[in-house]
Design a protein. Structure first.
Lengths: 148, 483
């Protein structure tokens, strides 16, 4: 049975963490930009299942966030993606990170009309609960609990 | 898995001593019996009760109801009151993203025998008429000026539009609009995110359920409320949708900075908070109240749609079917209420995160018709078992800041549910019990399967026996629509 109806190409990009009420994810990447991109795509994959494309037009949305710490930046980034997608009625099929450091990120969400998707699980927000964003050796790793 | 050994106070109360975590300002108390305690030990909810005890100004105890489970920041099923005059704080995480998620129950004068042959048609019609699911949009379209009216007037705005009657407002907590809402405290983004979502049910654990009363516990109360065996009732569970999520996000971001500014030490950043009596605290409460009013307007609109559907299916005006609102309660909210603490009346900020107000008889804020009875408390269960109507008690006023449980409480994660439950088997099981389910997606049905929840009967046994609220009657589901 398909869990959360994940496309196979995305399954490998994150792990699910057990949580009674909500959903936790762990993502890993070799770069900080990759980490933020993978986390954004993981959130999308958890909730949205592609259907037949009826509305082919793509929408590019610029996402810019600032924060005092890397962990805050990570939560702000995910919440901004969720918020922008909801407001614009989009699902971000791809995400590009133009530049990122510990306190600033500029990225691009490539959005497809939400009507091209079936939404299985509504992700309300990313939370700070048990949040981790750190570099172990050469690998960046993040863990975050999402309110669903 | 929690390793703490709880101290038994009596059969239904368990203490977390302050020594469990240095920094706890008060002990924790969990309402549960031995059976439920086994589930409670399985996740990190106990630690979260202890974490809440760090909040500045917290009074008496960090409390947890028997439906407690692991959340983020606060546990779900948590209650905490802070003393405003003593620097007590308000925490957006103590309310949650779905501000004023809540439930309302309306009765009908229809009997099960009268509707059983039309039940399927009714459930399918409700599913068609009531917008459900993520990204769903309602028929209610308003401009910015009117949007602000919704934030100030709540359910009263909906009644003003013809979506209900004055009596509905009397039977809604805060009469459907809490005072102190300030639309200027709401971000532009929240307005955008909430636009067009009024009158939509949402997804996840939100639902609209047609039920039948299958057990009476308090004959006098049932008579007073006009309830009897085999009578059809309807329960609606929804919240403030994207509007509330955005307000919580906006203010959690800003309150992270308040931890340093006000020298507040909490073990979880999702407990970010600010003194109620600070510009940040006041701003959050003003915005949170806007979302609370938005949610009450939303549930009023959903009830209106429900009444319209019943009218169409049974070709009878709703008032002739006796479709009156019993009550509407919030279970994710922070409210300023007065309690006597150590002989002195104090103004407290009561956080109910997955907990229901359960005011006893003669409490302020109750409508005249419920003054003697106490406040109706609505406890939805899962889609395969039962739901309850209870009444608030004086004991709840004395022990839990007028609070009780809010539902069954999850015991199994969504991922575990998806691994172990088959949607087709589940739907057949429900069908064999006479329960019709209509949902936007099969994933939702599995994630919300009865086996992922505690048995609501066990939860209600605890609050009843502990005296936090008293059983009036029990319902069983006939048909449910979900997002």
């Amino acid at each position: 049975m398909a869990h959360f109806f994940l496309p196979s190409c995305v399954v490998k990009n994150y792990e699910l963490l057990e949580h009674t009420a909500d959903i936790g994810i762990r993502v890993k990447a070799l770069t900080l930009a990759g980490l933020f991109r993978k986390a954004g795509l993981a959130v999308k994959s958890l909730s949205a299942e592609k259907q037949k494309t009826q509305y082919p037009q793509k929408h590019k949305i610029v996402i810019i966030q600032k924060a005092d710490t890397l962990e805050e930046l990570f939560v702000n980034w995910l919440n901004e993606l969720l918020s922008k997608a909801a407001v614009e009625g989009l699902v971000f099929e791809d995400i590009r990170v133009k530049q990122v450091n510990e306190k600033f990120i500029e990225g691009l969400g490539i959005g497809s009309d939400i009507r091209n998707y079936k939404i299985n699980t509504e992700i309300k927000a990313a939370t700070y609960h048990q949040l981790k964003v750190q570099k172990n050796g050469i690998v960046w790793k993040a863990e975050v609990i999402l309110d669903v | 898995m929690s390793e703490i050994k709880l101290e038994k106070i009596d059969d239904y109360r368990w203490r977390i001593p302050r020594s469990f975590k240095p920094g706890m300002r008060v002990p924790g108390i969990i309402y549960a019996d031995e059976k439920l305690l086994k589930d409670i030990y399985q996740d990190k909810a106990i630690e979260q009760v202890a974490n809440v005890a760090f909040l500045p100004g917290i009074v008496n105890y960090s409390l947890a109801m028997p439906d407690i489970h692991w959340g983020y920041g606060f546990p779900i099923g948590g209650v905490a009151a802070t003393d405003i005059a003593e620097g007590g704080v308000v925490s957006p995480g103590g309310v949650g993203f779905d501000i004023n998620c809540g439930v309302r129950m309306l009765k009908t004068n229809l009997q099960y025998e009268e509707i059983k042959d039309k039940l399927k048609e009714l459930i399918y019609a409700l599913f068609s008429d009531v917008p459900t699911g993520v990204g769903s949009k309602g028929d209610i379209r308003v401009g910015r000026k009117e949007e602000k009216e919704i934030l100030l007037k709540g359910a009263g705005w909906a009644v003003g539009q013809g979506y209900g009657v004055q009596e509905d407002l009397e039977c809604t907590e805060e009469s459907g609009a809490i005072e102190g809402a300030d639309p200027e405290a709401v971000s532009e983004r929240a307005y955008e995110r909430g636009k067009a979502q009024s009158g939509t049910l949402g997804s996840g654990n939100h639902f609209l359920e047609v039920q039948v009363i299958d057990q009476l516990y308090n004959r006098d109360a049932c008579d007073a409320l006009g309830l009897d065996l085999d009578q059809i009732t309807v329960m609606i569970h929804s919240g403030s949708r994207g509007f509330g999520y955005q307000i919580c996000d906006d203010y959690t971001r800003s309150m992270i900075h308040c931890l340093q500014k006000y020298n507040i030490n909490v073990p979880d950043r999702q407990l970010a908070c600010a003194p109620v009596d600070s510009s940040e605290g006041r701003q959050y409460l003003a915005a949170m109240r806007c979302a609370a009013n938005y949610a009450w307007a939303n549930r009023q609109c959903l009830m209106h749609l429900t009444r319209q559907t019943f009218e169409r299916i049974f070709a009878t005006p709703w008032h002739k079917m006796g479709m009156q609102l019993i009550y509407d309660v919030a279970h994710n909210i922070a409210k300023v209420e007065k309690y006597v603490i150590d002989g002195k009346e104090k103004k407290l900020c009561v956080h109910r995160k997955g907990a229901t107000r359960a005011f006893g008889p003669e409490s302020p804020g109750l409508p005249e018709k419920y003054k003697k009875l106490g406040q109706p408390v609505i406890i939805p269960g899962d889609m395969g078992r039962n739901s309850y109507l209870l009444l608030g008690t004086q004991k709840a006023m004395d022990e839990t800041f007028g609070s009780t449980c809010h539902g069954a409480g999850r015991v199994k994660s969504r991922t575990a549910a998806l691994k172990s439950i088959n949607a087709n088997v589940l739907l057949k099981e429900l069908e064999s019990k006479g329960i019709i389910v209509k949902a936007s997606g099969r994933g939702t049905i599995v994630e919300e399967a009865p086996q992922v929840y505690k048995d609501v009967n066990d939860v209600v046994d605890v609050v009843h026996n502990a005296g936090l609220s008293k059983r009036v009657c029990r319902m069983r589901p006939l048909g449910v629509i979900k997002g």
